[in-house]
Structure formats: structure tokens, C-alpha cells
Design a binder for this molecule. Sequence first.
Ligand code: SF4
Length: 234
Amino acid sequence: MTVMTGRSIAPAVSPRARRSPTADLAEWRPRSLCRWVEDPDLFFDPRPERQRAAAAVCRGCPVRTQCLSAEVPHDDASYVSGVFGGLTETQRLALRGERQLGHVPHLGVAQRLAGPGWGTWVMARERAGLTLSEMCAAVAEYGLVVDEVTVLVAVWWLGGELCRVPAPCEGDKRRLRRRLAEDYGLLLRELTAAGLRQQDVAAYLGVPLAEVTAAFKILSRGDVEARCGERVAA
Ligand code: SF4
């Protein structure tokens, strides 16, 4: 991936604007960094390594918050595919699930957490394996009260992979579906009751769709019902 610096090769509009005519009118578009990218298709490529490269461009973009909060319909092709506002397809799908549940990130605070003052600190804790709630608590110790979805966006902007279900360790990976059904069964049901599809649930939790589908099958068989019921009673 190359970010071009010569004026003569700059496209008239950003890659995003090319695919989303309404966003073309936004006053911040001329300042978008993706206007200067030699290969605009980078932002629409489904391959994870290409999405990471595109998100790295967004990391230095001065209009990242405006881009992510742009009023593009969530079923607009330019929003559904590729990288937008510094987030990958899966991360935006997760964000969409968060919004369906009423969790709206404070992008100004996320920008601050992902900025030069906080960014290194946040990523050090992400690498240390803090869960999302532990991360919020750690930030609060410094007097900044943030909600989980705001921390998520900040970590994703920084290139981290924090998600709602902590990444299982190696030995736990094969048991993930069982763990989802047993420990997150009630949440899985709440999410579907809120209208999330299985792929939305998978993105929201940050786990593979196949594991979510398998967890729903376990739940439908009812063999973890008793344990879920015990947790509710407790
Ligand atoms: S955040 Fe990324 S996709 Fe959005 S305008 Fe900036 S560089 Fe382009």
C-alpha cells in the first residue's frame, strides 16, 4: 500500500465518496487521507491483511470521527464492504449490533483514548490481556469514565482486537462453542430477541460465526438449560 504525496495524481474524490455519492457532499471529504491512496480498492478488499492496511491509513486520517459517524445507511454498499472510518467490516458489524442494543460510542472520547496521550497506555493494557470491563475500570482510575463501546472503538482504531468475549486460550478454543452456550446463553438469547442475526451476534461478541451457530444449536437442544436457569436464580 502506498500513500501518494504528489498533487498531480490525487483523485478528485476519496474512494469512499466514489462509491457513496451522497457522502461526496460532506465538507470534511476533501481532508480525507484515502484521497491520496494510490490503490483506492484497498478500502473495499475483503481480505483481512488488506483491511488492516486500509485501517492503518485511517489511523492517520484527520476526519476519522466524521467518516465513521457519517450518515450513510448501514445497508449502503459503501458502508457494508471494506474499511470505513478506521473500522473493518466485522468491527462495523459489531458496532451496528452495539447500536441496536442502545450502545452508542462517544467518538470524541474514543479519539482521545486513541490519541498520542492515551494510545500507548491503552494498547499496553490490551496486550496485557485486560478484558473490556477491566479496561474501562483502569481508565476510570484516571478520572475518565467511559462506556465499553467507546473503549472498543478506541482500541480498534489503535489496531487492537479487543472484543466482548475475551479471546480463549489455546486449550479453550475447541470448547468455545460450549462456553458460549453455557456462559453466554442468556446473552445470546437477548441479542436475538433484540433483532440481531447470528452474524451480528458473532461480530458483536467477536467470535467466529461457526461457533455462534454451534452454540445456538447446543442451546436449542436444551442441554444447558438447567445451568442457565441456575445462574438466573443466583
Ligand atoms: S477514516 Fe479512512 S475511510 Fe474515512 S475518510 Fe479517513 S481515510 Fe478515508
